[in-house]
Design a protein around this ligand. Structure first.
Ligand code: DP6
Length: 338
C-alpha cells in the first residue's frame, strides 16, 4: 500500500440499549451508556489518501462526490486527525456502503468507524482499540461501538477520555440474527444529530436516562447468559422509550411509517405464539427484527409477506473495524437480501 494511503472496513451496529441525547454534543458524550451488536453482512469500505496535490478534502460516497454538510462533517473529522498526527495536507476519502444510507441502519456508525481507522493509519498514527473508539465517537457517537468486535458496550463517561466502547462478548458468543425490514430507502428528513439536540426538550428524557443503568445491566446479563426472552423484553422497552422521547420532544419527531407499526404488531404476535423474536427501531422507519439464527429464515419469510416491506437484510453478529491490505475493491455480492 502507498504511503499516506490506507483502506478499512467496518460494520454498522444495531443498538439494543439506545444512545439518545448528549451531555456534550460537540464531543458526542452521551447522556447514557448503550449496548449494541455489530452487523457482519453490512459494511462500509473506505480508502483515505493524504495527497500534497489536493487543495481541499474530497469525499465520495458510493462513487458520487459529496459536498455541503456531508463533506464538512468528514473534513472536520480529518482536521482532528491532522491535529493528532501533525500532518498538514488534505485527503481524498472514498467510501462504499452495501446498504442504504441515512435510513436508520447506522451508516454513520460504520462510516466513521471505517474512516477513523483508515485516516489515522494513513496519517501514520497507530491507535489502540480504545483510542480508535474515542476517535470514531468524535465523528459520530454510535461509531465508537463499531470499532470493537461482536456485542459491544459504550460506557458513557463524562469526557473525551472516558467515553469509549469495548466488547462484552465476541461475535461467535451467540448466534442471534438481525433481519432488517426495509420499508423506506429515502434519506431521513431529521438527522440523528438534530434528534440528539432535541432529546432534552422532552420532560421524559430525565426519567429514561435515570433508569438506563438498570436496562444496561438487564441487557448485558441477557447477552452473557444467552437469554433471548430477557433480551427481547429489555430491547423492546428501550426502543419504545427512545421513540417516546422523540414523540414528546419540541418539535416532535416521528420516524415511523404505517409499515413500521404493522411489523411491530406482527413481531409481538409471533413472540406470543412462541417464536424467539423481538423488534428495535433506530432513527428511521426501518425495523430491526432480532431473532435466533434457527428461526431467521422462517421470520424473514414472514416479514416478506407484510405490507410495505421492500427488502430484508439478514445479518449475523459482526467483527471489528479492520484495515484491508489490498487496494480498494468494492464487492457486495455476499450480502443476502430478499
Ligand atoms: C437512534 O450516532 O447516528 O441510532 O452522534 O449525531 O452521529 P451522531 O448520532 P448517531 O445516533 C445514533 C442514534 C440511534 C441509537 C443508537 O445507535 O444508539
Amino acid at each position: 500500500m502507498d504511503n499516506l494511503t490506507a483502506s478499512s472496513v467496518a460494520h454498522p451496529n444495531i443498538a439494543f440499549i439506545k444512545y439518545w441525547g448528549d451531555i456534550d454534543p460537540s464531543l458526542h458524550i452521551p447522556a447514557n451508556g448503550s449496548i449494541s451488536m455489530n452487523l457482519q453482512e453490512l459494511y462500509t469500505r473506505t480508502q483515505v489518501s493524504f495527497d500534497p496535490d489536493l487543495e481541499g478534502d474530497q469525499f465520495s460516497l458510493n462513487g458520487r462526490l459529496v459536498e455541503d454538510v456531508g463533506l464538512t462533517r468528514v473534513s472536520d473529522f480529518l482536521e482532528h486527525v491532522r491535529q493528532m498526527s501533525g500532518i498538514v495536507i488534505f485527503a481524498a476519502v472514498e467510501s462504499y456502503n452495501n446498504f442504504p444510507v441515512g435510513t436508520g441502519i447506522a451508516s454513520s456508525a460504520s462510516g466513521f468507524a471505517a474512516l477513523s481507522l483508515a485516516a489515522s493509519h494513513a496519517a501514520g498514527l497507530d491507535l489502540d482499540e480504545r483510542a480508535l473508539s474515542r476517535l470514531a465517537r468524535s465523528g459520530s457517537g454510535s461509531a465508537c461501538r463499531s470499532i470493537p468486535p461482536g456485542f459491544v458496550e459504550w460506557q458513557a463517561g463524562c469526557s473525551d477520555v472516558d467515553s469509549y466502547a469495548y466488547s462484552i462478548a465476541p461475535a461467535g458468543h451467540w448466534d442471534i440474527v438481525d433481519c432488517i425490514a426495509v420499508v423506506s430507502q429515502e434519506e431521513k428528513l431529521v438527522s440523528s444529530s438534530t434528534g440528539h439536540l432535541l432529546a432534552g426538550t422532552s420532560s421524559l428524557q430525565a426519567a429514561r436516562v435515570d433508569d438506563a443503568p438498570k436496562r444496561l445491566m438487564r441487557c448485558r446479563e441477557a447477552i452473557l447468559k444467552r437469554d433471548f426472552d430477557a433480551l427481547a423484553e429489555v430491547v423492546e422497552l428501550d426502543s419504545n422509550l427512545m421513540h417516546a422521547i422523540m414523540l414528546s420532544s419540541t418539535p416532535p419527531l416521528m420516524y415511523w411509517e404505517p409499515a413500521t407499526q404493522a411489523i411491530v404488531q406482527a413481531v409481538q404476535s409471533w413472540r406470543k405464539s412462541g417464536l424467539p423474536v423481538c423488534y428495535t427501531i433506530d432513527a428511521g422507519p426501518n425495523v430491526h427484527v432480532i431473532c435466533s439464527a434457527d428461526s431467521s429464515q422462517d421470520i424473514a419469510d414472514k416479514i416478506g409477506l407484510l405490507p410495505g416491506v421492500q427488502k430484508i437484510y439478514i445479518s449475523n453478529p459482526g467483527g471489528p473495524a479492520r484495515l484491508e491490505n489490498s487496494r480498494f475493491q468494492h464487492n457486495s455480492s455476499h450480502l443476502k437480501s430478499i
